[in-house]
Design a protein around this ligand. Structure first.
Ligand code: 5GP
Length: 130
């Protein structure tokens, strides 16, 4: 293998094994404004909020996107929807409504490849999104 190919492969391998920014937050390596944490997931304020309330809910398990979900993740998803979201809705007084959205892949606008749910509220949300 020539040197250039070796360099490209080394870079690819490094990216594949590199921690995402969210994994670093889970591991408390970088700070975040954490608003919920249990054994299964974590929620923290988005660093670039798009609404008065903009919280990211993430599983601690490393799942790149909705495309990588399997039947094994059924309980995890149920936990997020039936335990974490209601608790945050109550805590952040979102009973008037909110948007819970997951971007997947390039066309979906995903920028961080660790599954996450945006919980947005505190203002009226228009539709469709841009
Ligand atoms: P996506 O575009 O993948 O759906 O959403 C990623 C979100 O993560 C964006 O809304 C972005 O503002 C947020 N984000 C990126 N880096 C950080 C960070 O270091 N800390 C926090 N709290 N949010 C981040």
């Amino acid at each position: 293998m020539n040197g250039r190919l070796q360099n490209i492969n080394a870079r690819r391998l490094k990216n594949m094994t590199k921690k995402t920014i969210f994994k670093k937050i889970i591991d408390h390596e970088i700070p975040a404004d954490i608003v919920f944490e249990d054994d299964i997931c974590m929620a923290f304020r988005d660093v670039n909020p798009q609404a008065p309330v903009h919280i990211l809910i993430i599983p601690k398990k490393e799942i790149a996107s909705t495309n990588q979900l399997t039947k094994d993740d059924t309980e995890l998803l149920g936990h997020i929807y039936t335990v974490v979201v209601p608790q945050l809705v109550d805590e952040f007084k979102l009973s008037d409504g909110y948007r819970l959205v997951t971007n997947c892949g390039n066309n979906g606008g995903q920028t961080v490849y660790h599954l996450h749910f945006h919980l947005l509220g505190g203002r009226f949300m228009s539709w469709p999104p841009g």
